[in-house]
Design a protein around this ligand. Structure first.
Ligand SMILES: [Fe+2]
Ligand SMILES: [Fe+2]
Length: 364
């Protein structure tokens, strides 16, 4: 997995919109010292800020350039400064980006160099339908995150198509295949989102929702945690317990999602509500608004169940995943918080003998 290293003499002057890349790729800041440059690992991309470099830093860069370490580098320069440009080139750095550029320009440049971080590597045992569906959904989620960060139009149509693809892939190949495939994804957030989308698709179909409602809830599931794009991956993917400050930040993600989604007129309000309220509980103990009972619409209640169940049953490096029965035991203890009618329906679906099985063989 690629890691982005940001080297700058003055991190305070590093363009803050470029620093947002830390929410899309694992990112680390490194100081300008010979040791830190010597320690750079091959699977890294170096984001090098050429602002205000002194002779000591230039010597370090010259040595790094001559060392033959094959580390792709993007230099952040002031294109209006001839001296800045010449200096970068003279030191052997040619892939350069103007420090006045927008975030989207940096995102594209990084994708050119390292490819798509969102693309999972799936073992060959998965069918073409599953692979295609996981890959295009990952791409949709990645484009959505980048658009949310740069303020560009959200690719909602693309994601709506992803939601339909997930539903058909599950119909033909079974949810178990879908869940195992998405759990091969290296990004925990993508894996979680795709698990929730898979469970939501199976659930809404089993409840006999119309195609339009299945599509609506499918889209809601895919964007429900979009606000996490404002939280660094180092916190989201942190193995183990979060500090209380980190927990406060993570718990802001529903509001962040709403901030991003609410301005897009084309999104149905139910989708925005699913993103904003999926951590609310019927007894008023949830967040961010402490809603109670009937204030929480059914699509939100359904998503909350799919969300919690996915979180309990997904594999994480530092914790065992729970079996479906263990997960339901915990969820039934949450009476008063969750919609028990929906929870019972979901449990009978998941524990039914044909859940997860391939319904129809796909031709290769
Ligand atoms: Fe969430
Ligand atoms: Fe979630």
């Amino acid at each position: 997995m690629i890691q982005i290293l940001i080297a700058a003499e003055d991190f305070g002057a590093f363009p803050s919109r470029f620093a947002k890349i830390a929410t899309l790729y694992p990112t680390k800041r490194i100081g300008f010292s010979e040791t830190s440059f010597r320690k750079i690992k091959p699977r890294s991309l170096l984001l090098l800020d050429f602002l205000d470099l002194g002779s000591a830093q230039i010597d370090i860069l010259r040595a790094f350039s001559k060392s033959g370490q094959s580390v792709p580098t993007i230099g952040i320069v002031d294109m209006n400064s001839r001296q800045n440009l010449l200096q970068a080139r003279e030191l052997g750095f040619y892939n350069l980006l103007d420090r006045e550029e927008k975030f989207a320009a940096l995102f594209e440049k990084i994708r050119e160099v390292v490819g798509d971080y969102s693309k999972p590597t799936l073992p060959s045992r998965f069918s073409e339908t599953i692979v295609k569906s996981v890959e295009t959904t990952s791409m949709g989620l990645n484009l959505m995150s980048a658009a949310a960060l740069s303020g560009a139009p959200l690719p909602t149509r693309f994601l709506a198509t992803n939601a339909q693809d997930i539903s058909s892939a599950i119909m033909t190949d079974g949810i178990d295949n879908w869940l195992s495939a998405v759990q091969c994804h290296h990004s925990h957030t993508f894996c979680h989102t795709m698990m929730v989308a898979g469970h939501t698709a199976s659930f809404t179909r089993s409840l006999g929702y119309s195609e339009a409602d299945q599509a609506l809830l499918g889209l809601g599931a895919l964007v429900h945690d979009l606000g996490k794009v404002k939280i660094p991956l180092s916190i989201l993917d942190k193995p183990g317990r979060l500090t209380s400050e980190e927990r406060i930040l993570v718990n802001k993600h529903p509001q962040y999602s709403e901030e991003i989604l609410a301005t897009r007129q084309e999104l149905p309000k139910q989708v925005v509500e699913m993103a904003l309220w999926h951590h609310e509980f019927l007894d008023g103990s949830g967040y961010p608004n402490g809603l109670k009972g009937n204030q929480i619409p059914q699509p939100v209640r359904l998503l909350t169940i799919a969300d919690i169940y996915s979180a309990l049953t997904e594999k994480r490096a530092y914790k065992e995943s729970l079996s479906p029965r263990q997960a339901f035991a915990i969820m039934f203890e949450m009476s008063g918080k969750l919609d028990m009618y929906l929870l019972r329906k979901f449990r009978s679906l998941v524990l039914s003998s044909d859940f997860g099985h391939v319904r129809r063989k796909v031709r290769a």
